[in-house]
Ligand binder design. Sequence first.
Ligand code: FES
Length: 148
Amino acid sequence: MVTDTVDGRIDVGHVRDIPPGGDLLVRVLDTEVGVYNLDGEFYAVRNYCPHRGGPICRGVRTGTMMPSDEVGRLEWGLEGRVLRCPWHRWEFDIVTGHTLFGIDKRRLIRYEVSVENERIYIHLRPEELRRLNGSGDEAKGDGNGHDG
Ligand code: FES
């Protein structure tokens, strides 16, 4: 479990640990966070499905069929950017946190990620910082992905 924080951020590894297209599941405080490298940009989401709390980061990482204006034209896209929950197969965009089908407002619980001196840092969410500082707030998200 990673608990050492500096300025509210946690070092989760070297950039070579997660090459482009790669991912890593890390333990942060009392939860798990999936860290993803999408074409050199890093993203992090809590391993908690906003539908009913399933382990979304342990589901399939895939893409999706893209909308098309042309009848019969089928185009695959967003490869590696879509997380499909293993419990009920809801799919979410890692980058935006939104569901793919767009009829539900719940979002993935995302973390800010930064890279400094080739180290990857996850920035704790405000509720986690409060809990770490002893206020007693719960670290669990409200499931809607809102910050704060
Ligand atoms: S808990 Fe993830 S889709 Fe239902």
